[in-house]
Design a protein around this ligand. Sequence first.
Ligand SMILES: [Zn+2]
Length: 184
Amino acid sequence: MTLLNEILSFNQKFVSEKQYEEFTTTKFPDKKIVILTCMDARLFELLPKAMNFKNGDVKIVKSAGAVINHPFGGIMRSLLVAVYELHAEEIYIIGHYDCGMSAIQPEEMLQKMVDRGISHDTINMLNYSGVELNEWLRGFEDVHESVRHSVDMVKNHPLMVKGFPVHGLVIDPATGRLDMVKEN
Ligand SMILES: [Zn+2]
């Protein structure tokens, strides 16, 4: 049983009653900003509201922990597209306190995969092919340190505009308070 049917029947009503009208905007952000933040459900409405953003204001890229785990992966590519194609003039990397990614234990997560039917052979094969699953799945211990690392990665990326403004912040998922991450 999934939520799909419920979602689709709500969606028909949403469209036929033109509830979309209050969200009408363009693909170019009204405030020339792109945000990278965590997929945590508590931030879904809180983060934009706490920063005074409404629909159409900003680009938001999300990943578990607001982590960019590869300099040439999809997250970094999204940030570059925002900068070069969608008129973003500032990047905000916003981690949060009490993040699920700070508690991820790769060994335990691999065990959960085994429990749900992934074979040890598959895991061993990936490890032997150089994927290094433990590293790939690893979270972080200190969110400030993690955000600082991401800011450095974006600022120093070979394809990023030199001197581009990249800000690091941490948000409180209960109150929406933003703390600046100190530069090194
Ligand atoms: Zn998180």
